[in-house]
Design a protein. Structure first.
Length: 87
């Protein structure tokens, strides 16, 4: 007797996060040039990140001012998140 193939149900998942990007200068080589990312989760804004040559700025969803993070500090933060406290 032939076995029946079990069909797997294909579920449609909506993406939980959405990122909208805007670039002010395509090369990012000049001053005042940056890539701006707006991060959303299910239609509510989580925050905004502006990435430039010297540093990046991050602002929360309802913040008027952004927090500046230098690239060295950002690298330390990412290493700590990825590899643990001791690195």
């Amino acid at each position: 007797m032939a076995k029946k193939k079990r069909q797997r149900a294909i579920k449609s998942f909506a993406h939980a996060y959405e990122v909208k990007a805007e670039i002010h200068n395509a090369t990012l080589a000049k001053a005042k040039s940056a890539l701006t990312l707006e991060i959303y989760r299910k239609d509510s804004k989580l925050g905004e990140m502006q990435i430039g040559r010297g540093s990046l700025f991050r602002a929360g969803a309802r913040r008027q001012s952004a927090k500046r993070i230098h690239w060295g500090r950002f690298a330390e933060m990412m290493d700590r998140l990825a590899y643990g406290k001791d690195g």
